[in-house]
Design a protein around this ligand. Sequence first.
Ligand SMILES: NC(=O)c1ccc[n+]([C@@H]2O[C@H](COP(=O)([O-])OP(=O)(O)OC[C@H]3O[C@@H](n4cnc5c(N)ncnc54)[C@H](OP(=O)(O)O)[C@@H]3O)[C@@H](O)[C@H]2O)c1
Length: 334
Amino acid sequence: MRAFLVDRYGSGAGLRAGEAPEPQLGADDVLVQVRAVSINPLDRMIRDGEMKTILPYRVPFILGNDLAGTVVRIGAAVTRFTVGDEVYARPRKDRIGTFAELIAVHQDDLAIKPATLSMEEAASLPLVALTSWQVLVERAHVQPGQKVLIHAGSGGLGTIAIQLAKQLGAHVATTTSTANIDVVKSLGADVAVDYKKQAFETVLHDYDVVLDPLGGETLKKSLDVLKPGGKIISVVGPPDAAFGRELGANPVIRLAMSALSFQTRWRARRRGVTYSFLFMKASGDQLRELTALIETGKIRPVIDTVFPFNSIPEALEYFAAGRAKAGKVVVRMT
Ligand SMILES: NC(=O)c1ccc[n+]([C@@H]2O[C@H](COP(=O)([O-])OP(=O)(O)OC[C@H]3O[C@@H](n4cnc5c(N)ncnc54)[C@H](OP(=O)(O)O)[C@@H]3O)[C@@H](O)[C@H]2O)c1
């Protein structure tokens, strides 16, 4: 089958279009013919070797973390899916490789594609929608009336997180550049701070939850917008010891992770708020919960550009160069 592979780590290494063996199907696996994929910042980070400590893929490997497609075969123990089903997924982290004609996905990671969406629209959602769910529902337990700040509201993650937070009944503030103020408002943001013109920490106060996809100074300043008891959840780090435990990392790595986030946790504690790091997980069950919100129009995909299959490397570069205006970059397979 045709696939896009990483032969060696590094930013200059690129992606090779080539032939790869068809995936082997385990008893719990579903073989999916990939019809569309989307690009995530994680793809570039994996290719460049930035994630090697926590995601040590052995080269050559097929890149890609999101997909929508059609079931072409099922393993002996598969109960939920049948040949011909249209599905979408973010495969679990040790089973990535959606930039290919076929992929074997564990049935627990898969869900039936929302009937109201095209393959391209469905492929834009799994990783960012699951992340939004895991931050806002699972970790933060956002309640109606709470105030939630979602940074980078025009990004792949932000566009979905804003909509989910609104569905949870929250008052939502977001940060974005001038050109995307109307986009984030159309997604439901109650307050849109133009970070090119205004320092968000001077206008936002008493927030219950902050979703941080930016880190650095933004993370530091975000501690000041939380009210006592508030929570900041970062998806870019620094990592914490709980994440190390979740990964099953050895004590040295866990200690290193704890040390990396020590200052942030200390600052948070001094302000009476909590800091945690989250790395999203695959989940078919959570995708099904999201499907219900998507099919009733409560969450809609936001797509910047659709590229053809042969242009996956160009799509990756376009996205990595920050040329997408808002939402996701998607690739249609042929
Ligand atoms: N840990 C996890 O499980 C997990 C999961 C998903 C994503 N992530 C991470 O989260 C980050 C965002 O992901 P994404 O998919 O949303 O990326 P993306 O689609 O590239 O979006 C990034 C957005 O950041 C905005 N931005 C840049 N500087 C900003 C600033 N100072 N203030 C506010 N907004 C700013 C840009 O919008 P403007 O054009 O408006 O500037 C851009 O749209 C990435 O680093 C990704 O790796 C982690």
